[in-house]
Write a protein that binds this ligand. Structure first.
Ligand SMILES: O=C[C@H](O)COP(=O)(O)O
Length: 258
């Protein structure tokens, strides 16, 4: 079973729409300089306000870079001030939508249940949810990180069929490793990613577990990516800070040739 690796750059609340155009063009140039073959999917996840500019850049320059959004509304349309619907994101050509990032769980009180519902809305609109999960330091110190993350994923998968789950992307991001420079060891990442795959096998079957892609996120950079990607159950990275520099993110995407 071969799963296509993905490197997704979550820009978080960085880059205005003009900077976004420069970053996407810079990334495309860096990838082309490296003769990158796109055997790894390259995805950028900019703020909502950049998406139209990213779309026109990708379409206008015929780039193979994919893009997506950082969040989505549960609702289709109507009186939901400040929200952005899945239909709107689909219209902008988004392939992916991140749901349940730890920053949204923390600052916007998003529950496992809400994250699951958002994932459903994304899938129902023909895009792929990148479902985030991960434990805070306290839980890791107590040694409960595997059961905590497995519980988050189980809740998020409620209501998904086998065929849908095969297409999903799960991102394991230990909260203590996000933006801290403290990367989980490859063994830490593998322990949890493997447990997620085993959960999927138990809930569905081995075929589904072999198909679903599981990413690691948390201080990924061009120095540590190769070792992380050597783990059998790590299929890619959800990259924050290091995705804001074209040359660094291009190296991460091209990890096979570092
Ligand atoms: O979504 C990305 C993660 O939160 C990781 O961020 P980071 O690479 O800056 O640690």
């Amino acid at each position: 079973m071969t799963r296509k690796p993905i490197m997704a750059g979550n820009w978080k609340m960085n880059m205005d729409h003009l900077e976004a155009i420069q970053l996407v063009q810079g990334l495309a140039m860096e990838l082309s300089d490296r003769n990158f073959d796109f055997s790894t999917e390259v995805v950028v996840i900019p703020p909502f306000t950049d998406l139209r500019s990213v779309q026109t850049t990708v379409d206008g320059d015929n780039l193979k870079i994919k893009y997506g959004a950082q969040d989505v509304s549960l609702f289709e349309s109507g009186a939901y001030t400040g929200e952005v619907s899945a239909q709107m994101l689909k219209k902008l050509g988004c392939s992916y939508v991140v749901v349940g990032h730890s920053e949204r769980r923390e600052y916007h009180n998003e529950s496992d249940e809400l994250v699951g519902q958002k994932a459903q809305v994304v899938a129902a609109n023909g895009m792929v949810p990148i479902i985030c999960c991960g434990e805070v330091l306290e839980i890791r110190k107590e040694g409960n990180h595997v059961s905590h993350v497995v519980g988050q994923v189980k809740a998020a998968l409620q209501g998904f069929t086998s065929d849908q789950v095969k297409e999903l992307v799960i991102a394991y991001e230990p909260v203590w490793a996000i933006g801290t420079g403290e990367v989980a060891t490859p063994a830490d990442a593998e322990e949890v990613c493997k447990a997620i795959r085993e959960l999927v096998a138990a809930l569905y079957d081995q075929d589904v577990a072999d198909a679903i892609r599981i990413l690691y996120g948390g201080s990924v950079n061009s120095k540590n990516v190769k070792e992380l990607m050597a783990q059998p159950d790590v299929d890619g990275g959800l990259v924050g800070g290091a995705s804001l520099k074209a040359d660094e993110f291009a190296k991460i995407a091209d990890y096979q040739n570092l």
